[in-house]
Design a protein around this ligand. Structure first.
Ligand SMILES: *Cc1c(COP(=O)(O)O)cnc(C)c1O
Length: 475
């Protein structure tokens, strides 16, 4: 039953552990190049290894990594999907990677066209009049959105100090609101996981600038009352901000314009290709309604005849990013959307089908966190595991033994021992079946899995020690 990826048995050590004094390569000491001499100074001794040992060390480390190329990557709230190689090919095209951002716009028209077309495709997908690709990532998009709201009220001569945020929200939402100088207020959820409208009504006043809500929310369910919520906000003149980081369930299916959204940030690195989670740059997008257009950041892109040029919106909040954003990621998103063409809605349909397939298959083994139908991800609580004597962490570690990456655990915070699974639209059924079977087998053999992972390169980690007393150097 175990999956095909087997970790190397060798316990890989730091390069310095393999170092031997006798090993020597080029004689840097004798070199006339001062930089090379400095690199080999006695105060900073480098490990001494042959080339083949060095190469094998890094290759073994690379093999003990888990990636999308190995199997299912079920991390919820993060959308770890397969990224087509054609997108990578284009992102590496030297004609584009060598285009220097400081070139005059006459010489970067092709680059500007790709950025403009990406913004245009997103305007259509969201059904909103404004989209900018200046946010460097999701949280940056939130901050820009909140700064635009602040300027909007400032221009109207209104002093609003509060932003309401549901308790299940991603941590970046309250952080962005606070960074822009707002006080954040928590609104709770009803039994079924949807926003509590009575509580919201109590909290609304003319001090409130906006509601910042995630839809589908962090339990992976759609806030069906969104139109009623918008009406309530209108009554006190507050704005609607939707965190659209995880658009997978809505692509091509929902009009953000019809929902009455004033601002929304998307994460291109979650929904629109770009390998994610590897520590590389992200890329955000910020969409806005007509009344927010004048407040967009400086340096917006527009088309004038057959040319592309930059302009500053009337009441812009200033410059928020140098140059053109993370162009490599914009290029991947452009390729991704072009290759989906008019069929982008199938992304949402398949992502929802896959999440509900896993939900249904596991609903009697684990305990669902909500009775509402799932969108792109399904969330379970720890209750089902507790019955067989396991914790959420036990399940996550045991899955590593089965050759899978673990799902998101202990988030959202309002679900005890949450297990959040997002298979995405790119996961084949056979792989999901293996994953489901692994979870069932783990629960059926709970005793064996109480001790954590057995087969991995490192079996027991002192997590508290690692967090409290991190050793960040080999010394
Ligand atoms: C990932 C995520 C963010 C933050 O995006 P970053 O690109 O990591 O800054 C915000 N909100 C939600 C719901 C997310 O899933």
């Amino acid at each position: 039953m175990t999956h095909t990826t087997k970790q190397t048995v060798r316990k890989e050590q730091l390069l310095s552990a393999y170092s031997e004094q006798e090993i020597r390569g080029a004689d840097f000491e004798a070199s006339s190049n001062p930089l090379l001499k400095k690199a080999r100074s006695p105060e900073k001794p480098f490990p001494r290894l042959s080339e083949v040992e060095t190469m094998r060390h890094f290759h073994r480390l690379a093999k003990s990594n888990y990636s999308w190329d190995d199997g299912l990557y079920p991390l919820g709230s993060c959308t770890m999907k397969y990224n087509p190689l054609v997108n990578e090919r284009l992102a590496g095209d030297a004609r584009l990677t060598h285009a220097h951002p400081a070139l005059p716009v006459e010489h970067t028209q092709a680059v500007l066209r790709i950025i403009f077309e990406t913004e245009e495709m997103l305007r259509q997908l969201l059904d909103l009049p404004g989209v900018t690709l200046q946010p460097a990532a999701g949280a940056h998009g939130e901050l820009i959105g909140v700064m635009m709201m602040r300027k909007y009220f400032h221009t109207k001569g209104e002093k609003r100090t509060k932003i309401i945020i549901p308790e299940s929200a991603h941590g970046t939402n309250p952080a962005s609101a606070a960074m822009a100088g707002f006080e954040t207020i928590k609104v709770g959820a009803r039994e079924n996981g949807l926003t509590n409208l009575d509580e919201l009504k109590q909290l609304l006043s003319h001090d409130v600038a906006a509601l910042m809500i995630t839809n589908p929310n962090t339990l992976g369910i759609f806030e069906t009352d969104i139109v009623a919520i918008k009406k309530m906000l209108n009554e006190v003149g507050a704005l609607l901000y939707v965190d659209g980081a995880n658009l997978n369930a809505l692509v091509g299916k929902i009009s953000f314009g019809a929902m009455g959204v004033d601002l929304t940030q998307l994460n291109l690195h979650k929904t629109f290709s770009t390998p994610h989670g590897g520590g590389g740059p992200g890329q955000g997008a910020l969409g806005c309604s007509a009344r927010m257009l004048p407040f967009l950041p400086a340096n917006q892109l527009r088309r004038a005849g057959d040319k592309y040029e930059f302009y500053d919106p009337e009441q812009n909040i200033g410059l928020v990013k140098a140059w053109y954003g993370q162009f490599g990621n914009i290029l991947r998103a452009w390729t991704f959307m072009k290759s989906w063409g008019n069929a982008a809605h199938e992304i949402a349909e398949t992502a929802i089908l896959n999440a509900n397939y896993i939900r249904t298959a596991l609903k009697d083994t684990l305990t669902l966190a909500s009775t509402e139908p799932s969108m792109h991800e399904c969330v379970f609580s720890q209750d089902g595991l507790t019955k067989v004597g396991l914790t959420t962490a036990n399940l996550a570690k045991a899955l590593l033994d089965y050759g899978f990456y673990a799902p998101t655990i202990y988030f959202p915070l309002n679900v005890t021992g949450a297990i959040m699974i997002e298979p995405t639209e790119t996961e084949p059924k056979a792989e999901m079946d293996l994953f489901i079977a692994a979870i069932k087998e783990i629960c059926a053999n709970a005793e064996k899995h109480k001790a954590g992972a057995q087969e991995t390169f490192v079996t027991h980690i002192d997590e508290t020690g690692a967090a409290r007393n991190p050793k960040l150097s080999w010394h």
